[in-house]
Design a protein around this ligand. Sequence first.
Ligand SMILES: NC(=O)c1ccc[n+]([C@@H]2O[C@H](COP(=O)([O-])OP(=O)(O)OC[C@H]3O[C@@H](n4cnc5c(N)ncnc54)[C@H](OP(=O)(O)O)[C@@H]3O)[C@@H](O)[C@H]2O)c1
Length: 324
Amino acid sequence: MTVRWGVAGPGAIATSFAQGMTMVDGGEITAVASRSLERADAYADRFGITGRYESYEALAEDPGVDAVYVATPHAYHEAMTLLFVEAGKHVLCEKPFALNARQAQRMADAARTKGVFCMEAMWSRFLPAYRLLVDLLGEGRIGEPLLVEADFGYRTPVVPDDRHFDLHQGGGALLDLGIYPVQLCTLVLGLPDRVAADGILGSTGVDEQVAAVLHHPGDRLGVVKAALQVSMSCTARIAGTDGWIQLPAFMHCPESLDIAGPAGLEHIDAGHEGEGLRFQVDEVHRCLAEGLTESPVMSLDETIAISGVLDDIRAQIGVVYPGE
Ligand SMILES: NC(=O)c1ccc[n+]([C@@H]2O[C@H](COP(=O)([O-])OP(=O)(O)OC[C@H]3O[C@@H](n4cnc5c(N)ncnc54)[C@H](OP(=O)(O)O)[C@@H]3O)[C@@H](O)[C@H]2O)c1
C-alpha cells in the first residue's frame, strides 16, 4: 500500500518534510494546499507534486489523498485537523498539536469518532537517538530516573507579525520550543502531578522566556526552560540513581548520547542520514498497515496531557491566546 499524502501549509517545516519524504518507503506526497495557488505551485513544482490547491477545503475533498500533514502555525491546527478528519483523512499535525488541552481533546475526539489515524508530529520521539534513549532507560542503565533537565532557547529579533511573536498565531517560546523539554519529561518520568512556573512576557504579549519545575509522582522532578530572547544550551540531562544520560544540542534532535553508569562513561553515536522528520512518517505508515488509529509512541492521550501541562504553565505566567 502506498499512502498518498497531502501537505497543508507549504511553509518552512513543510519544505523539510518534503525533503524527508524522499527517503520514506510506502508513501508519497500527491497534493499540496495553500491560501495561494502561486505558493502551492511553487512547492509542488519543487517537489514534483501533481495536486495543487489554493484552498485547504479543496485538499480535504481530494479523493486521491489518504493522509494530511498539517504544517500551518499552531493557531490553525485545530480547524485544519477537524477539516481533514471530517473528510475522512488521517492526520499528522505539527507540534504543538493545539493551542490548549480543550482544542487537543476536541481534535482527538473527532479523530476517534471518525476512526481515522491522528498523531501530533512529535518527531523527536521517532529519531534513532530517542529510540536508543528509551532502550537505555528500559535496560536500567542509569537506574531509576529521578531528574530531567532540558532547555531550548535562542535569541531572535522581535518581529511582531512573525508567528513566534504573534499571539494570534499561537506565538511564544513555550509552545514552539518548550514543548520539547516538556515531552522529554513525560517520556522519561510520566505525567507530572503539579507544576510551578515563571516567565517573562515581551511587548507582543508572548512568553519570551519561561522556566518551569514539573513535579512527578515518586519524588521526581523535571526542570524545563525555553526562550526566544536568550541563547540556551539546548541540551538535556537525565539523572538516575545509578548514572546519567546527556542529550547534546539540539536536545529535540540529537545525533548521539553520552551515558555514565556503573560501567563507566560511553559516547554512543545515534546519527541518521537525511531529514529526521521522516522517521515519524515511517511510524504513521506502520500504524496504518497494522490498522492502528493512534501511535503507542505518541498517543493522543499523552498529547492532550502535555497540552494540559503547557496550559498550566501559561496560566501561571499570564499568556492568553485570543478566544481563550
Ligand atoms: N518539527 C519541527 O522541528 C518544526 C520546526 C518548525 C516548525 N514546526 C511547526 O510547524 C508549524 C508551522 O511552522 P513553520 O515555521 O513552517 O511556519 P511558516 O513557515 O510560517 O509556514 C506556515 C504555513 O502555514 C500556512 N497558513 C495557513 N493558514 C495560515 C494563516 N492563517 N496564517 C499564516 N499561515 C497560514 C501558510 O501557507 P499559505 O500562506 O501558503 O497558505 C504557511 O506556508 C508550527 O506549528 C511549528 O510549531 C515544527
